[in-house]
Design a binder for this molecule. Structure first.
Ligand SMILES: CC(C)(COP(=O)(O)OP(=O)(O)OC[C@H]1O[C@@H](n2cnc3c(N)ncnc32)[C@H](O)[C@@H]1OP(=O)(O)O)[C@@H](O)C(=O)NCCC(=O)NCCS
Length: 162
């Protein structure tokens, strides 16, 4: 098994594939159309590529040459309760057949490395479903809150922490 984490390049044929996963996992319930989800990822990847020295990046995990997961490192979530905090890990997703094989952890580690290499001592995320997963990876709960009726966690990963 060979697991590789790479940056998603502008115009990559992977963009519609990753966008479709993200759409079903995160955006469909928010009322986005599939095309809007593609445009969102496409625009993000282009902007990141055009911005010199940015830490923002879309990552893809490939297992034996096949794309199986993705995540983003972003400055902040489009809708945020914490506009003073940056950067954020977002949109972590691994396809079901590839789960529980270390892909999600490898994507998180790659985003952490990217944030650290740009001088950030802390990285944040919001989750409603995966708090235990992140805690195993050394993340810590900063704040638990209710967001439009759903319980959410704001979590932090600190440089050198766990
Ligand atoms: C959460 C998710 C990314 C995990 O991906 P994965 O590739 O299965 O994770 P890994 O195999 O790297 O797991 C790393 C560790 O966490 C554990 N783990 C995995 N999913 C977990 C979960 N939902 N809850 C608690 N622990 C979990 C694994 O057992 C593993 O521990 P181990 O190394 O001691 O065995 C994946 O289940 C997913 O895409 N879920 C749907 C989208 C989602 O919820 N994304 C997070 C949004 S914030």
């Amino acid at each position: 098994m060979r697991l590789v984490i790479q940056r998603v390049a502008p115009g990559s044929p992977l963009i519609p594939v990753l966008a479709a996963w993200r759409h079903r996992a995160f955006f469909e319930a928010e009322g986005y159309t599939p095309d809007q989800s593609v445009a969102l990822l496409d625009g993000f990847v282009r902007l990141a590529a055009e911005t010199p020295d940015t830490y923002q990046v879309a990552l893809v995990a490939e297992l034996d040459g096949k794309a199986v997961g993705t995540c983003l490192l972003i400055d902040r979530e489009p809708v945020t309760r914490h506009p003073d905090l940056t950067p954020f890990l977002a949109g972590l997703f691994v396809v079901e057949p590839a789960r529980r094989r270390g892909v999600g952890a490898a994507l998180v580690r790659a985003a952490e490395d990217q944030a650290r290499s740009h001088g950030f001592a802390r990285l944040y995320l919001y989750t409603d479903t995966a708090r235990a997963f992140y805690e195993r990876l050394g993340w810590r709960l900063l704040e638990a809150f209710d967001w439009e009726g759903d319980p959410f966690s704001l979590m932090v990963r600190e440089r050198g922490g766990g």
